[in-house]
Design a protein around this ligand. Structure first.
Ligand code: ADP
Ligand code: ZN
Length: 290
């Protein structure tokens, strides 16, 4: 039996299941204080013993396996969690192999192994929600870099008409600052959900998402691109993003995925389960590593 933990800003999820991402039992708790949430995870896995656990957490978080701070949450705005030793606390209480990665990398693994990228070799996964993040999974493995990717902060070219300040405190013109859900809300003074499908906001949003995806696509050479997150619940966005990417490519089609964007770029298949499923797949890999 394998275990999975998905630590989010508002909810904590955990599950037991198998390496194919099948969930047998799961539990959810509100995100509160780290000590309380750790106790809830520990009790869950004491009652439901597993051989290994894969953790995906909100960040920023240290994912460098050679660092003494591996598994420690870094400088998050959630003060109680700042510099909390997430992985170390679990390991001290559960005597099994446990590894930790960013929530986006683990969700990317879930989609790549069991969802929309199941039959593909290199999957680029990008999520457009409260924040923007992305990950790359090749042969069902995410990059085990010293840091997790920060695709949400790549530079985007603004349209001249768009004068709304960026929603990112660090960058005037980054992907997350211009195209996340809260960035749309800042520009139009209403939640993105409330904007009708024919609102010009969606033309601009498709342009910005296309720019971010285009750059990550050319950087990584995926054969599948999965774009998810709450903002993608607008069905008019996906075709419009593809149209914008085609315009940017301007006929440059050296590999099949570029020539066939219509099939290459898709929505996720696992919905809210991507993180938990990815954690189980990750746990299966951790078990084999030991
Ligand atoms: P999170 O990123 O917090 O994990 P989500 O991926 O659900 O959560 O993203 C939340 C964001 O998605 C919010 O900014 C919200 O405004 C936006 N959103 C949710 N549903 C829709 C929708 N139907 N249309 C447009 N935007 C939406
Ligand atoms: Zn930024």
């Amino acid at each position: 039996m394998l275990g999975s933990i998905e630590a989010g800003g508002t909810k904590m999820n955990c599950a037991i299941g198998d390496e194919h991402g099948n969930i047998f039992k799961q539990a959810q708790f509100p995100t509160t204080m780290p000590e309380q949430n750790m106790q809830q995870f520990i009790e869950f896995f004491q009652a439901n013993p597993v051989d290994a656990i894969g953790v995906g957490t909100f960040g920023p978080v240290n994912v460098d396996r050679q660092s003494e701070l591996y598994g420690t949450i870094l400088d998050t705005p959630k003060l109680a969690w700042r510099f909390f030793p997430f992985l170390q606390t679990l390991k001290a209480n559960l005597n099994i192999p446990i590894e930790l990665q960013s929530d986006v990398n683990v969700a990317a693994l879930g989609e790549a192994a069991c969802g929309a990228g199941k039959h593909d070799r290199t999957v680029l996964y990008i999520t457009i929600g409260t924040g923007i993040g992305g990950g790359v999974v090749t042969d069902k493995q995410f990059l085990r870099s010293v840091q997790h990717p920060e695709m949400g902060h790549v530079w985007i070219k603004r349209t001249p008409e768009d004068t709304t300040p960026s929603n990112c405190p660090f960058h005037t013109d980054c992907f997350e600052g211009l195209a996340s859900g809260p960035a749309i809300e800042k520009r139009h003074n209403t939640n993105a959900k409330n904007l009708p499908a024919d609102h010009p906001a969606w033309e601009l949003e498709a342009n910005y998402i296309a720019q971010g995806v285009y750059q990550m696509m050319l950087a990584h050479g995926p054969d599948r691109i999965i774009i998810g997150g709450g903002v993608m619940n607008q069905p008019q966005l996906l075709p419009n993003i593809k149209r914008n990417i085609k315009t940017q490519l301007n006929g440059y089609t050296y590999y099949p995925a570029l020539a066939n964007l219509e099939d290459t770029i898709v929505l996720p298949k696992l919905g809210d389960n991507a993180g938990l499923v990815g954690g189980l797949v990750f746990a299966g890999q951790i078990k084999k590593m030991k």
